[in-house]
Design a protein around this ligand. Structure first.
Ligand SMILES: *[C@@H]1O[C@H](CO)[C@@H](O)[C@H](O)[C@H]1NC(C)=O
Ligand SMILES: *[C@@H]1O[C@H](CO)[C@@H](O)[C@H](O)[C@H]1NC(C)=O
Ligand SMILES: *[C@@H]1O[C@H](CO)[C@@H](O)[C@H](O)[C@H]1NC(C)=O
Length: 258
């Protein structure tokens, strides 16, 4: 017979242990595969901030902190910021179609997660006859089709883009964002792992220069991306959410497929 106080003491010891146990994986993304994350977009993906023309770690810094309990790597052909893993596919100044025209080598790297934040330059710059503001959401649809064609099994997280300071620009961002679910619907219905991520909660208070986030704004974006990846691991649970997709998959395969 074990005395009651001993049971109690053991209970409290365990309680203390679990509270201080360093490996409580609350923030870990369940995944049988290494997450190969392609941050894809324009200067906001590059991490541009005034005074840092070569870019900063941008939202990738906070995202990498949140992913520290998970096996992951950022991929892409562009390098910006001070992190050792500073790869991305952020092209400052580029509109959706311009990003689409150069992204193939990055998609060939075989991302299983693509973070899309694109459209700001379509909406902020002067519109052209070929690319009017009104069809920017459709251009985003075509862009996502290009991604699907290359990496059909990847989780594609499409941002409702962040707000801008300029009222004119901002008055077009709202309708652009609101059109995204309609544009993505058919792509989602064909079984592709696409989710829409609301980055538009980043308002002008979190900008450094009217268009680009401050350091705090970028950190906020990183948290949102992290939550979106967490959500994707649940939403697409029955579809092997983070299946390795690219040529590098056998080399990068880390554990049993789920
Ligand atoms: C920015 O990039 C250019 C071109 O790669 C390089 O020459 C320059 O030294 C960089 N500046 C800083 C501050 O890192
Ligand atoms: C990156 O590192 C360089 C060199 O140490 C430094 O000058 C620069 O301010 C850093 N950039 C950021 C965004 O932290
Ligand atoms: C994650 O899912 C929750 C629950 O549906 C939702 O409230 C939240 O907005 C989602 N987060 C992101 C970043 O998509």
């Amino acid at each position: 017979m074990i005395p009651a106080f001993a049971v109690l003491a053991l209970f409290f010891t365990l309680l203390t242990l679990s509270a201080s146990f360093p490996f409580t994986p609350r923030d870990t993304i369940p995944s049988g595969e290494k997450l190969l994350i392609l941050p894809l977009g324009d200067s906001i993906t590059f991490g541009y901030r005034p005074g840092f023309n070569n870019g900063t770690d941008g939202y990738r810094l906070e995202l990498s902190k949140r992913l520290s309990g998970t096996s992951f790597e950022f991929i892409g052909t562009v390098h910006s910021g001070n992190m050792s893993n500073n790869a991305n596919e952020g092209h400052p100044d580029f509109k959706i179609s311009q990003i689409g025209a150069v992204m193939e080598p990055a998609l060939d790297m075989g991302p299983n997660i693509v973070l899309v934040h694109a459209g700001t330059n379509d909406i902020n710059k002067a519109q052209t006859q070929e690319e009017p503001y009104s069809t920017a959401p459709q251009r985003l649809g075509t862009f996502v089709d290009q991604i699907i064609a290359k990496v059909p099994d990847a989780v594609i997280l499409v941002a409702r883009i962040i707000q801008a300071e300029n009222d004119d620009t901002n008055s077009r961002i709202g309708p652009f964002n609101d059109a995204i679910p309609g544009v993505m619907k058919s792509r989602i219905e064909t079984g592709h792992k696409i989710a829409i991520v609301d980055q538009s909660v980043i308002t002008e208070d979190e900008l450094a220069d009217g268009l680009h986030p401050s350091e705090a704004g970028y950190a906020h974006m990183g948290d949102i991306w992290f939550n979106a990846i967490q959500n994707a691991s649940v939403t697409f649970k029955d579809q092997s959410p983070f299946l390795a997709t690219g040529p590098a998959q056998s080399r990068r395969h880390l554990g049993p497929r789920r």
